[in-house]
Ligand binder design. Structure first.
Ligand SMILES: Cc1ncc(C[n+]2csc(CCOP(=O)(O)OP(=O)(O)O)c2C)c(N)n1
Ligand code: SF4
Ligand SMILES: [Mg+2]
Length: 274
């Protein structure tokens, strides 16, 4: 370290200690790491929505004080290691089977809050059957569905949710609907099923949206306590690495391209459609 940097560092330390000690006090803290979020580095790419949603989950669990009453099921996909980040009981499920595994856990331990956390490849491709039947049976679980329109973990292949014209490694010229089918709105689909009580689509690409997504997750847990069926919270997310964009570009792209096709808001609530 050069001499100037050393002096700057010492000055900074001195300033922190002597002049601003009074502002570092508990009543002034506006932002803290939730206790449920473990103090480890995450493997997610910079700007990825998975990390934001993990934090929201941890905040909700802390605020509801249900850390010892909640059980999560991690998927196969980029969030396969979710159990390394959340200080709660968690299980891993085979690709696509998270909602089936969560069903089993909830039936054995009905007093627990049970959720599955799944990507779009996991939930809407290999796990389509499990997703639809879990929702149709009205299992009292919360399904958190991270839709980034792509198979993130495996290097950016087309997912059922990939937009028309969107490029992926398996649709290098863009998704062609006539040969590859239309993007699947599985959230609208499960909203049709009698077993779902709350179905909503949110995003975490802007601070206001992050707050709404947090409320949706909280509502999903609260409604679970009352029974009444499956809660399904989709979060339209980004994959800067496989979309080949910077995090900021990916959030703009999400707003301009994902949201017109996947509009945000409640699709079904216990009090009726919105
Ligand atoms: C039975 C099985 N088939 C395929 C795979 C390979 N695989 C792992 S993750 C994944 C897709 C993950 O995509 P998504 O669920 O959208 O999650 P993301 O990484 O985008 O968050 C696939 C196909 C696997 N692990 N197991
Ligand atoms: S590959 Fe995509 S989904 Fe996976 S961690 Fe990176 S940005 Fe997130
Ligand atoms: Mg995905």
């Amino acid at each position: 370290m050069n001499e100037k940097a050393l002096i700057d560092d010492e000055h900074f330390e001195h300033t922190l200690r002597s002049e601003h000690t009074e502002i570092i006090s508990p009543e002034n803290i506006v932002y803290e790491k939730p206790g449920t979020l473990l103090d480890v580095d995450m493997h997610y790419c910079p700007g990825c929505g998975h990390g934001v949603v993990h934090r929201l989950l941890a905040e909700v669990i802390d605020e509801m004080e249900i850390q010892s009453e909640v059980i999560g099921v991690a998927p196969v996909g980029c969030s396969v290691l979710a159990y390394n980040y959340l200080n709660i009981d968690m299980s891993e499920a085979a690709h696509g089977r998270a909602s089936a595994a969560a069903t089993g856990i909830k039936r054995v331990l009905p007093e627990k809050y049970v959720f599955s956390y799944q990507g779009d490849g996991d939930l809407a491709a290999i796990g389509t059957g499990e997703t639809i039947h879990t929702c149709n049976r009205g299992e009292n679980i919360l399904i958190i569905f991270i839709n980034n329109g792509i198979y993130g973990m495996t290097g950016g292949q087309m997912a059922p949710t990939t937009l028309e014209g969107m490029k992926s490694t398996t649709s290098p010229f863009g998704r062609n609907v006539s040969t590859m089918g239309a993007p699947l709105k599985i959230t609208e689909l499960v909203a049709q099923l009698p077993g779902t009580q709350y179905v909503t689509r949110q995003s975490v690409h802007k601070p206001g949206n992050v707050r709404k997504a947090k409320k949706a997750i909280q509502k999903g847990f609260e409604l679970q306590k009352q029974g009444g069926g499956t809660c399904f919270v989709e979060i339209v997310s980004n994959c800067p690495s496989n979309w080949k964009m910077t995090p900021i570009e990916s959030n703009h792209w999400l707003e301009d391209n994902m949201l017109p096709f996947y509009p945000l808001g409640d699709i079904k609530t216990p009090n009726g459609r919105k």
